[in-house]
Design a protein around this ligand. Structure first.
Ligand code: ADP
Ligand code: MG
Length: 550
């Protein structure tokens, strides 16, 4: 007794504990953050991500890169979640949040080497994060929800560095108008902004339509191209005669019998169209198919019909036009119909699209985004997503900050001051936090090919002298007044980045035991590979395949 090792875990489980576990997790987190660091800021580079089936995404968007990377290591995934929550809360600042999280981990590693206990680091980091948010809140610029000029600047800052930059005036105008169109009692539901992408044409030809655009054409050439005073039926069942489930054979013994069988089918279709017409509809959006014969009858009645409309589009149409989605054509009544001023098929860049305008509920707009190639349009759509997010947050909160590293420098300064008042070794953690947050201006400089030490030194001295808006103009390398330069971001993007980065770093730091495999319900193949995760990228499935980064 006594010398026999006691096996508590199953044989095939792997366990890493103490410093090894910490090092492994910290490295995994740092690797993720390192992967997106070069994309930060207006001069950041793009990444080309090649999927397993050869699909290609070219992007500068932090959250998109991380989602595509298929990160497997559990600690690395926590960093990916930082990006996800940042995206959800604010729509922008994902790279910032991830880069700060990585830097907090890196600084924590140095503290661990100096034997500062992880819980002390965690506590210091939390205090620092509180102070950081306070500092950010103290330095805001107020914005009125109707201040279009400022909202345009916000949108443009979010779009810089992305494919949309060349047309940012056109696009930011669309974004601001879209958000203002859907505001309802201060609430903004971006689901009311529908985005259609069209390959072909110039980015500047992108436009905003008050109403909805459905990327479909009318089913029959004899249907009207335009219907004014539209009464719209929304139907989620096929306008077809139901086919029997199994193959059935129908024996007809005379041409008359065949004819009567066909007549019967025709009658049923005619009846469906009659029901729709009797309800008063002159436009039909059907989520399923429409039989050829029914198409013909609809056309005869002068009804414009669209088949196989997307379920999500039909739902949005219901909201926009005030109609109800009908599942049983027999039961359709006037009350189920939606209303719109006009429904019209128009050609956009060689593609027919149905425009539903002057809707009952005008709180619904569509944006047609155009660009030369699919990659371009996709990246523009992501930039627009970010811009919509920041404008929404600004309209809601009314508080913004100068960008270009200004808030981070200001925060670092305040934290270094604050550190003096913190007792014990937590002070070291607060100082490390101050150093860590300066990774943002440092990276902005590095990515722009500017000497980052020079930039940091000048920025600190400008802020020390009370110049809170001094930031790095990444295009010239000069220190400029960011507010005057129009580089502004919502406060919430910055406070959220501090919060989520701190939470993830603290959570990772507090882990000192990693038990993989064993009996956690899953089989081993589902368990993350924890072996050999000592170096960056170790155990991170998917990262290796990302060699296409440019
Ligand atoms: P994120 O995913 O964090 O939003 P971005 O690549 O969009 O990453 O970069 C955002 C950073 O770039 C912010 O710190 C913002 O202030 C800064 N930035 C944007 N435009 C400029 C500019 N013209 N000059 C300097 N910094 C800028
Ligand atoms: Mg951004």
């Amino acid at each position: 007794m006594g010398n026999q090792p006691v096996l508590v875990l199953s044989e095939d489980s792997e366990r890493t504990s103490g410093r090894d576990a910490q090092t492994m997790n910290i490295n995994a987190g740092k690797a993720v953050s390192e992967a997106v660091r070069t994309t930060l800021g207006p001069r950041g580079m793009d990444k080309m991500l090649v999927g397993s089936v050869g699909d290609v995404v070219i992007t500068n968007d932090g959250v998109t890169i991380l989602d595509q990377m298929d990160v497997e290591h559990p600690a690395a995934q926590m960093i990916v979640e930082v990006a996800d929550s940042q995206e959800e809360e604010t729509g922008d600042g994902t790279t910032t949040a991830v880069v700060v999280a990585g830097e907090l981990l890196k600084r924590a590693e140095d503290l661990l080497e100096q034997d500062v206990h992880p819980t002390v680091i965690a506590s210091g980091y939390r205090q620092a994060a509180d102070k950081a948010r306070e500092t950010l809140e103290d330095n805001t610029i107020d914005v009125d929800a109707s201040d279009e000029e400022q909202l345009n600047r916000i949108a443009q800052t979010a779009m810089t560095g992305k494919g949309a930059e060349d047309a940012k005036e056109t696009l930011s105008d669309l974004v601001v108008r879209a958000v203002q169109a859907v505001v309802e009692d201060g609430e903004i539901d971006l689901d009311n902004v529908k985005i259609e992408t069209v390959v072909g044409g110039a980015v500047e030809d992108s436009e905003l339509v008050e109403g909805m655009i459905i990327d479909k054409d009318r089913v029959h050439a004899n249907m009207p191209k335009r219907v004014d005073d539209a009464r719209i039926a929304l139907i989620d069942t096929p306008i077809e005669v139901k086919e029997t489930e199994t193959d059935t054979e129908i024996n007809v013994s005379s041409p008359d019998e065949l004819q009567s069988f066909l007549d019967q089918e025709e009658d049923m279709l005619r009846e469906m169209v009659e029901d729709i017409k009797d309800a008063g509809a002159n436009v039909v959006f059907c989520q399923k198919g429409i039989d050829d014969m029914a198409q013909h009858f609809l056309a005869q009645e002068g009804i414009l019909a669209v088949r196989r409309a997307k379920k999500s589009d039909v739902k949005k149409l219901a909201r926009a036009t005030g109609g109800k989605v009908v599942s049983n054509i027999d039961d359709i009544t006037e009350d189920d119909l939606g209303n719109a001023g006009t429904v019209e098929e128009r050609v956009v860049s060689g593609d027919e699209m149905i425009f539903v305008e002057d809707c009952e509920n005008p709180k619904s707009v569509s944006m047609i985004l155009r660009g030369g190639t699919e990659h371009v349009v996709d990246e523009i759509e992501r930039a627009i997503d970010d811009a919509l997010g920041v404008v929404r947050v600004t309209v809601q909160d009314g508080e913004i900050l100068p960008g270009g590293g200004a808030p981070e420098i200001q925060t670092a300064l305040a934290l270094r001051d604050f550190a003096d008042s913190v007792e014990g070794r937590e002070q070291l953690a607060v100082e490390s936090f101050a150093d860590a947050i300066e990774i943002i201006p440092r990276t902005l400089a590095e990515n722009a090919g500017i000497d980052s030490i020079d930039s940091l030194v000048s920025l600190r001295s400008r802020h020390d002298g009370g110049d809170q808006t001094a930031g790095l103009d990444a295009n010239t390398g000069e220190i400029e007044n960011m507010e005057e330069l129009g580089v502004v971001e919502p406060l919430r993007v910055k406070t959220q980045a501090v919060s989520s980065a701190t939470e993830a770093a603290v959570m990772i730091l507090r882990i000192d035991d990693v038990i993989a495999g064993g009996d956690m319900g899953g089989d081993d193949e589902d368990m993350p590979d924890m072996g050999g995760a000592g170096g960056p990228g170790g155990g991170m499935g998917g990262m290796g395949g990302m060699g296409g980064a440019m």
